[in-house]
Each structure stands twice: as C-alpha cells, then as structure tokens.
Design a protein around this ligand. Structure first.
Ligand code: MEV
Length: 448
C-alpha cells in the first residue's frame, strides 16, 4: 500500500489517529479498522505496555504460544514455552524431548557467559606510543567509567578486560578497543553500550591531558556491543547406545537409523547450502524459546550464524558421532541471554514463560533454549532421513490449508478423517473439498 505524500509528524499522532490513517487506505476501511482493533488488548494498561515496546503501534500481531513438555535437562524436567508461527516446530520439539527424556535426557553446560563490545576509532598518531600507553589508558578508562560500572560491579559483573586491537591491515588508521564484560543476569546491552560510549569520552580526555598525545589524532567512529559473543557459549548433547535406536524410525534398525542420521549430519558439516537449512532447523527451536521469554532473537540468530562461519566456511552448529556403539548429537553455540531487563519482566507473557520454566537464571535459560534447538534438529534429521519432511509437516499444516480454502467446521472434520491416513498436499485437500462441495453444495457456507 503506497501513499502520495511524504508524511511529517506521523509519530506525533495518537494511536487511534494512526489507526484511522492506515485504515483509510483500504478499499473497505471500516473492515480494516475492525480487524486492527480486534487485536488491541481490551485491558488499556496491558495495551499501553505492549504499545510502548515499539513505535507507531496501531495494533498487535499475535503468534501462537505453545508449550513443549518432557524436556529433561541435566536431570530436571521442564515444560518449555515456545512462540512460533510455523506448524510442526512445537510438535517436533515435544516428540524429540520425550524421545530423549526416555534415554537419559539432555546433558548441558555453559562454557562461559562473557560478552564483548568495541570502540572503533581512527588513530593518526604513533601506533607504538599508543600500544605502550595501554596500561595507563586502561586505568584511566576504568576510573572514568566508574559511575557507569558501579552498580554492575555490586552485582558481580563489570568490565573484565580491555585490549587494543591494531586493525590497520583492514583499513588505514583503524584501531579498536575490544572490551569484554560480565553482565550477570542481564543481557547487558545498555550497560555495555553505555560503558563503550564512556570509554570514547575517556580516551579523548586521556589524549587531551597526556603529554606526547594529541586529541586531534583520535577520531572515534562508533561504540557498540557485538552480537558475536564467541565466548558466551552453551554446549548440549544427547546420547544413547545405537541399539536403543531400534524404534527411532519405522522399518529401520537402530544401526541403519544412526548411520543415515550421521550421514545427514556430515553433509551439513560439508555443504554450505545444507548447513544453512540444518542450522535454520536448530533456530526454529532456539528462537521460539527466546521469543517466549522476551529475549532478542535477532541477536542470537546473528551470533549463531557468525559462529557457524568461524572457521572461514559456514558449517552446521551440531554434529553427530557414533563411537563404540554409542550415538551422540552435540550442539555448541553462542547464547547471550538475560533474565532481567529487556522484555523478560515487562511482557506479561514473557514473565509467565519464566514462571513456567521455574524462573531460571540466565545460565539455565541458555541451556533450555539450546535444548529446544537440539530437539528440533534431531526431529528434522530423523524425518529427513526416514519418512521425508513433508508427511508430518503437511499433516500439521492441514488446519492452515483448510482455513485458506474456507472449509466449514463440518468439512474440516471430514477432511481430518479423510487425510488421517493419506498424503496431505494443498492440491489434494482442494480436490477433496471440491468433491465434498459437489456432493452437498451448502456444506461450505457456514464458514465464510
Ligand atoms: C523447517 O523449518 C526446518 C527444516 O528444514 C530443518 C532441516 O532441514 O534440518 C526441516
């Protein structure tokens, strides 16, 4: 939908005025307005909160909120909340979680929780003098940033390391301060960015007040956290004797299942096209938990893909091993999550998700999200190497196809029965409904 003029002051309009403006652009503006309004929360207090998360809000965009039971992680059973729009993700996670709960569950550990950010700057002075001054610069920066770091330090976090990186091989005069942080229960984005901006001022002050340095040699370019938290890693795995996989897939022995599964895993390690889809399957589970708990799924996505490419070639994040009759799948990935700050406690449903999970600490939440990722990865490879993905996926997609085809309640009932033992495709469902409607022409009318 386009509009003819550049709009000025749109952000200043009230929510209702914005809604009227957008609705007026539809052929049937009353109907459009009704639809947008129908998704506005009836409790104005809650709606105000939701509207405040973003800008120019005119309505809400609901996604299904599901739960996947039976996630056994380090001996504890979790009911895992998942928010996702794709059919079969929650079903796949649940099936895989139960499969592994019956075989000892997931083993997980957090490798580290350290996060990082950079002050990117140009320096035209003497690089050796700059390098030699680093101990003095670091102590000056720490003092300068004390008001910003004090609270975080009280909570056991703060700035853990400051180092200078000479980046002149990438760009003329380019240096960076690479800073690592511990942010405790917070994801820490605001803390990290505030520290880095303070370091920029502190560095300018150092160059202005220290003999032999000229502030004009220093040009700060930007100060920002990195979403590539290559040290903030979680590791998760499942394993069982190959003989216990005898019933993992119909018609395959455990040995054959394990062999085919491992082949699929090797292909994802070797081929970038497959690796991308393999990792997308992992992110199906991870993102769904991250969304449900109010964390930033774009940050985790970006970091995961950068980590997958850390060798210089994009590879799968998980790997499979068969050794001495034991089958194991393991996943290691960055997972910078927080349990305070952000939306975690502000979004009423994110807060409920945290309660469902027993109010985990950040480290525990990292393991839970990773478990959902590995569960979805296992489920995807199990389907792909046995029945193919479409059978299960399309069966769970059937309600969406029926809605698209305006099936009535009665038609949907009959279609569900009909397709319970048949292959589902859009075409097959359309043909089936056509047939039904020819037989009883009024059957579809009560839906639309
Ligand atoms: C679909 O959302 C995810 C899969 O494509 C993942 C995979 O291929 O491993 C099934």
């Amino acid at each position: 939908m386009t509009h003819q003029q550049i709009l000025k002051g749109f952000s200043k309009l009230s929510q209702d005025e914005k809604l009227r403006f957008v609705s007026a652009r539809f052929d049937d503006s009353q109907q459009a307005r009704k639809i947008f309004e129908s998704f506005i929360h009836p409790d104005p207090y809650i709606q105000q909160r939701l509207s405040g998360f973003s800008e120019n809000t005119i309505s809400n965009f609901p996604l299904p909120y599901g739960v996947a039971p039976n996630f056994m992680i380090n001996g504890t059973l979790y009911l895992v909340p998942m928010v996702v729009e794709e059919s079969s993700v929650v079903a796949a996670a649940s099936a895989a979680a139960r499969f592994w709960a019956e075989r000892g569950g997931f083993r997980a550990r957090v490798i580290d929780t350290s996060k990082n950010g950079q002050l990117h700057f140009l320096y035209k002075g003497d690089p050796d003098q700059l390098k030699q001054a680093m101990p003095d610069i670091i102590s000056h920066l720490r003092k300068h940033a004390a008001p910003v770091t004090a609270n975080m330090e009280k909570r056991g976090g703060g700035v853990t390391e400051i180092s200078l990186k000479d980046q002149r091989h990438l760009m003329d005069n380019y240096f960076q301060l690479h800073v690592t942080f511990e942010t405790g229960e917070a994801m820490g984005a605001n803390f990290i960015n505030s520290c880095l901006e303070d370091f920029s001022e502190g560095l300018h002050e150092f160059f202005s007040n220290t003999k032999g340095f000229e502030p004009r040699d220093f040009e700060p370019v930007m100060a920002i956290l990195s979403n590539y938290n290559d040290e903030c890693l979680v590791e998760i795995s499942v394993s069982c004797p190959v003989s216990e996989l005898d019933h993992a897939a119909p018609g395959l022995t455990g040995k054959d299942f394990a062999r085919r599964f491992a082949l699929a895993s090797q292909i994802a390690e070797a081929d970038v096209h497959r690796a991308t889809t393999h990792n997308k399957g992992i992110m199906n589970g991870v993102d769904a938990v991250i969304l449900a708990t109010g964390n930033d799924f774009r940050a985790i996505e970006a970091g995961a893909h950068a980590f997958a490419a850390r060798s210089g070639t994009y590879r799968s994040l998980s790997r499979t091993r068969i050794e001495d009759g034991e089958f194991e799948i393991a996943l290691t990935m960055p997972m910078a999550l927080g349990t305070v700050g952000g939306l975690t406690r502000l979004h009423p449903l994110a807060e409920k998700s945290m309660e469902i999970l027993g109010n985990p600490e950040a480290r525990e939440l990292m393991m839970i999200a990773a478990a959902a990722g590995l569960a979805n990865n296992f489920a995807a490879l199990r389907s792909l190497t046995t029945t193919g993905i479409q059978a299960g996926h399309m069966r769970l997609h059937l309600p969406n196809i029926l809605t698209q085809l305006n099936a009535s309640e009665e038609e949907s009932k009959q279609a569900n029965r009909h397709f319970s033992n048949r292959k589902v495709s859009h075409q097959a469902v359309a043909a089936y409904l056509d047939q039904l409607r020819k037989r009883s022409p009024n059957a579809g009318k009560n839906h639309t």
